[in-house]
Design a protein around this ligand. Structure first.
Ligand code: PSZ
Length: 493
């Protein structure tokens, strides 16, 4: 009989959803508008009126414009003033199939799904009778190769919190070597003291974003304001490679940079081990997203896995933003040919529900250790079932790869025409970004794009980030590239 390890290797070789198996046949949402259509400024008068109303109740500093979600369709978002914008930001990268996708609307209206929408259970205590089947058909149908355990959660940060806990629990259970938990450990744990609460750590990278709850925030290093005034633990933070683009033109320099960062990772592990604060895991994004769309090579991640294996640490891959097909594979880490599956993979955003996949080893033995009231929401898994079916039926992974390459190539062409303003066009599938010469020109470009009916996001300090839906087609790419070029051209004047 094949050993577990052998099985893991075999499955690793098989992508979770082979794009090659499915032709791409994206069905445009029939209600989608033909193109952007701007009637007023954005935000327009109606948005500004609503902003006043909302501001009386809460801080509205983050609100960009109000949305008419009834009228928004497919890749187009319609604001409260009736302006129609092509949306390449999609609710911070969280809409898999665009607005009001017919298959999701149908799922909502099916009588057999009604109870999942109106009864929100305490899922771990009173799971619905179709829960195992739902997890199989939605979440395990697209699980990262080699990971057979899944835990739902409510949001991305919550998933990171619990994934970190799983790493600590597994690490300490190994240290105990089968001995039972002592009374002293239990009593000191209640008082935040050793040995119940050991001074262990999780390693993260500069410019990483993993969420804003306290444990996740300890791994987040994008903007100071996220962390200001909040006590944070002294955990190791390594440099993330700062690569030169296009990656294939700078292989030698980039390898040196990655080796420098890997050496630092090893040094930090040793340093923290010596201080009695051993790192139990490394958390890393496949492409640092909030931090400025920073890529690293397959080599870098393979080496990270070697390091975590050598030190009995967990490799926690945060696919909250890179997962669910945007990279052209279901999971971005499938681009790396890892020797073994990662230990834990977190998800949220386009997956509709938060949560994480893990191997058997990272599944806690005791109940109630990875737990809260809701641990997710079955109605979101109903929607995810439809998303997964649509990805398969319409070949949306292949679509992301093809359209993504087309857009990145288009941006490279514009960049060649305006080298003083643009640099570093880069992409993995439709996870695409381009840098401006400085933060002010990036911000100006965002405004000008908005005026012409294009909604994109920013990341890092001078980067524009594209996170379109999985049903973003060549025709949408064409509209975007044409307007992008005209904006850049106008900025030269
Ligand atoms: O400003 C913010 O709070 C933002 S802007 C974009 C995000 C958060 N992304 C969320 C995110 C992520 O990109 C990665 C890689 N990991 C974790 C998270 C946290 O997810 P949520 O927001 O669901 O808690």
């Amino acid at each position: 009989m094949a050993t577990m390890r052998h099985l893991r290797r075999v499955v690793t070789a098989t992508p979770s959803l082979k794009s090659a198996n499915y032709g791409t046949a994206v069905q445009t949402n029939p209600a989608e508008p033909p193109g952007p259509n701007m009637k007023t400024d954005c935000p327009g008068p109606e948005s500004l009126k609503l902003l006043k109303e909302l501001d009386a109740i809460q801080n509205t500093g983050a609100a960009q414009f109000f949305v008419d979600y009834d009228r928004s369709q497919g890749n187009y978002i319609v604001d409260a003033d009736g302006n129609v914008l092509l949306d390449l930001y999609t609710q911070i990268a969280s809409l898999p199939l665009g607005y009001n996708h017919p298959s999701l609307a149908k799922a909502m209206s099916r009588p057999e799904n009604l109870s999942a929408f109106i009864n929100r259970p305490a899922l771990s205590v009173f799971p619905p009778k179709d829960w195992p089947q739902k997890l199989q058909t939605a979440l395990l149908a697209v699980s990262p190769p080699g990971l057979n355990q899944v835990q739902t959660m409510s949001c991305g940060a919550c998933s990171i919190e619990h994934a970190q806990k799983a790493c600590f629990i597994t690490y300490n259970s190994r240290l105990r070597g089968g001995k039972s938990i002592t009374e002293e450990e239990l009593q000191t744990a209640l008082m935040n003291k050793e040995p119940g609460c050991p001074p262990q750590t999780v390693m993260s990278f500069k410019n990483a974003f993993h969420g804003r709850t306290m444990g996740a925030l300890a791994l987040t290093h994008t903007k100071p304001i996220h962390k200001l005034d909040l006590p944070q633990p002294d955990w190791p933070i390594a440099d993330f490679p700062q690569l030169k683009y296009p990656l294939d033109e700078f292989t030698r320099e980039n390898r040196e940079e990655e080796d420098r960062c890997l050496a630092q990772v090893k040094d930090l592990i040793e340093k923290y081990q010596k201080q009695g604060k051993p790192p139990v895991a490394i958390a890393v994004e496949p492409v640092q997203s909030e931090g400025g769309d920073n890529h690293a090579s397959a080599y870098f991640f393979q080496e990270l896995q070697n390091i975590t294996n050598e030190n009995s640490m967990g490799l926690l891959i945060d696919e909250v933003q890179t997962g669910c097909g945007i990279s052209g594979r279901m999971w971005a880490h499938e681009h790396w040919n890892l020797r073994e599956p990662p230990d834990i993979v977190t998800f949220a955003k386009k997956m509709m529900t938060g949560g994480f996949y893990c191997s058997d080893k990272f599944r806690p033995k005791e109940a109630y250790r990875i737990f809260n009231t809701w641990v997710g929401d079955p109605s979101k898994v109903v929607l995810l079932q439809e998303v997964v079916n649509t990805i398969k039926q319409q070949g949306l992974l292949g679509n992301a790869e093809q359209v993504g390459n087309y857009v990145t190539k288009g941006l490279e062409d514009v960049q060649k025409m305006y080298p003083g303003l643009l640099k570093n066009a880069r992409g993995l599938g439709t996870l695409i970004a381009i840098d401006f010469k400085d933060p002010a020109s990036r911000d100006q470009a965002l405004q000008r794009l908005r005026k012409k009916g294009i909604n994109v996001g920013s990341s890092g300090i001078q980067t524009i980030r594209l996170r379109p839906t999985l049903v973003f087609e060549k025709k949408h790419a064409h509209i975007f590239l044409e307007i992008f070029e005209s904006v850049v051209k106008d900025m030269q004047k």
